[in-house]
Design a protein around this ligand. Structure first.
Ligand code: ACO
Length: 159
């Protein structure tokens, strides 16, 4: 599928009675249990191609001013074609539209591509949750050949 055929207008909010796309959410999170900690209290946005969900992001408000992207994922076949960037821009737009002042996202300390993408879209590191991946998961998680230890928290002010 060519990049230019995917537009942000194709992103829609999943209604509460639709099936939660766990298969895709599991690209960004290790377990269903971890996803279930935020998913029922969040808004899910999806991008479809030929009636199949190919990308997803999840927004959860923290308080009146802050909202967090809890999960963002693109199916393997569509990765590296700008879809992730499109989702991120859409999340920023929606957060602003809803009146939030700050948007937050967290990722692993070895998640190089994600750290690159988020910072390129204007997010800045503001906190590190030390040993997050060691304390919260039973099995070690590796990315880019490095074991994830800490969660890097990034934020973007919405002006
Ligand atoms: N290494 C470094 N940079 C890369 C790579 C790579 N392997 N692949 C793409 N990029 C760059 C692109 O060049 C682009 O930058 P550019 O505009 O300067 O060229 C940028 O990363 C974004 O590329 P996209 O094509 O928009 O990203 P993609 O559609 O692949 O989506 C995502 C990114 C969501 C991280 C996707 O790869 C994915 O689903 N990964 C698995 C799940 C995951 O890790 N999700 C995030 C976890 S954190 C969280 O959910 C809060």
């Amino acid at each position: 599928m060519k990049k230019k055929e995917i537009k942000h207008q194709m992103i829609r909010q999943l209604s509460k009675d639709e099936k939660i796309p766990y298969d895709l959410l599991l690209f960004a999170d290790e377990t269903v249990e971890a996803i279930d900690k935020y998913i029922f209290d969040s808004d899910i946005y999806v991008l479809e191609q030929e009636n199949k969900i190919i990308a997803v992001y999840v927004l959860q408000s923290i308080n009146r001013n802050e909202i967090e992207i809890k999960n963002i994922a693109v199916v393997t076949d569509y990765q590296g074609q700008g879809v992730g960037k499109l989702l991120l821009k859409d999340a920023i737009y929606k957060a602003k539209e809803k009146g939030f002042k700050t948007i937050i996202i967290g990722t692993g300390d070895a998640s190089i591509k994600q750290l690159y993408l988020y910072q390129k879209e204007g997010f800045e590191v503001f906190d590190i949750k030390k040993n997050f991946f060691l304390d919260n998961y039973l099995e070690p998680i590796y990315e880019n050949g490095i074991q994830l230890k800490h969660m890097i928290m990034l934020k973007k002010e919405l002006k």
